[in-house]
Ligand binder design. Structure first.
Ligand code: ZN
Length: 352
């Protein structure tokens, strides 16, 4: 039976409009106005608010350095680690999408300073989680457990400017919790793992709330707030559990298997897990399946293998090999071990 160490939860979440404009106040409120700050951005996020943050913090007479992250890979983490060791900032601010935040969390986690995450999009549940997904030299994403960010600041004015596709991917990552939570409960029934129901309820409730939304306007405040809250709760669930387990089950195994076999994949993580979740929820006879499919149809979530650039043969290969990923994590795939014919039949039935 696995036993994991919980990770400290983020100490604050600030979610709303005009949060960047009030950043100094927020940092003051949470006693984070340190002498020296390191700001991490990418080329794009430097232009959509990064420079504004830099100017604002320098006006407060802080020593602020800015560094660019161009990918979430081993090299970027090492480079940022070196810079942190050389400059010794008290605070690292990650301002960007999943890649910048993953590098900021892991590099700060390895070297010591507090880290504040300011996501510029909502494409996955890494914004408040203790997990950093970093691509290795073979172009395969590897999950690392690190410290969760000390604080998370979500400015809806910034999020609204994110590509619609990224927000859809965030929806997929959140809906995938409904499959992951089922798998975790299944593993408990089979006495394979110890349960922490608080964590499971947190992970599940984010996905549930999204399905109950009446609006399908993805850029509306109501939608974005529900999505952001859900992704934050997902991060909290991972902290309590101590691993990604409450938010990563069979559907994530399938996605990791896609990453492994098709390194030139085109789908975003949230798109892959969101589509795979429909397949795994069908295998699970999951009670959320019907609502999830209806919700995807309502918001126009691209739910086909073709969208991911996969043929039926590719998908069958990916699913049959998915049990090799994290074999200690018991899911519906280990439980049912679907055959090639069963996979094909289910894909056809679901219209994937
Ligand atoms: Zn995920």
């Amino acid at each position: 039976m696995q036993k994991n160490k919980p990770v400290a939860l983020p100490q604050f979440i600030e979610l709303g409009e005009k949060k960047i404009a009030g950043l100094s106040k927020i940092l003051n409120k949470h006693r984070l106005v340190s002498k020296s700050v390191m700001l991490l951005c990418d080329e794009n996020t430097a232009c959509i608010g990064g420079q504004e943050i830099l100017i604002m913090l320098r006006k407060e007479n802080l020593k602020v350095s800015e560094h660019r992250v161009d990918n979430s890979d081993d090299q970027n983490v090492e480079r940022v680690e070196e810079k942190i060791k050389a400059e010794r900032p008290n605070l690292v601010i990650g301002f960007g999408g999943g890649k910048v935040l993953d590098v900021a969390k892991l590099a700060a986690g390895l070297t010591g300073p507090k880290c504040v995450s300011i996501p510029t999009t909502l494409s996955n549940d890494g914004l408040a989680s203790p997990v950093s997904v970093i691509t290795n030299s073979k172009n395969i994403p590897v999950s690392h457990i690190t410290k969760a960010p000390y604080g998370v600041i979500i400015d809806l004015d910034i999020i609204k400017k994110a590509p619609r596709r990224h927000l859809m991917a965030g929806v997929g990552d959140l809906i995938s919790n409904l499959s992951a939570v089922f798998d975790t409960r299944l593993a408990l029934q089979k006495q394979r793992e110890e349960i922490n129901d608080n964590a499971l309820q947190l992970a599940e409730s984010g996905g549930q709330r999204l399905l109950q939304l009446e609006t399908s306007e993805i850029e509306s405040n109501k939608f974005l707030q529900t999505l952001a809250h859900g992704l934050v709760k997902s991060g909290f669930a991972m902290c309590i559990w101590g691993t990604s387990r409450p938010a990563s089950g069979s559907e994530h195994k399938i996605s990791h298997s896609i990453d492994h076999y098709y390194s030139r994949r085109t789908g975003l993580h949230g798109e892959q897990v969101g589509i795979a979740a429909i397949f795994t929820m069908a295998l699970q006879n999951n009670t959320y399946l019907k609502a999830a499919r209806a919700f995807y149809a309502k918001i126009g979530f691209p739910c086909t293998l073709e969208y991911l650039g996969l043929t039926l043969t590719d998908f069958t290969k990916v699913v049959t090999n998915a049990t090799k990923i994290r074999p200690e994590r018991y899911t519906i795939l280990e439980d049912k071990r679907p055959t090639k014919n069963e996979i094909e039949r289910l894909v056809d039935f679901l219209g994937l």
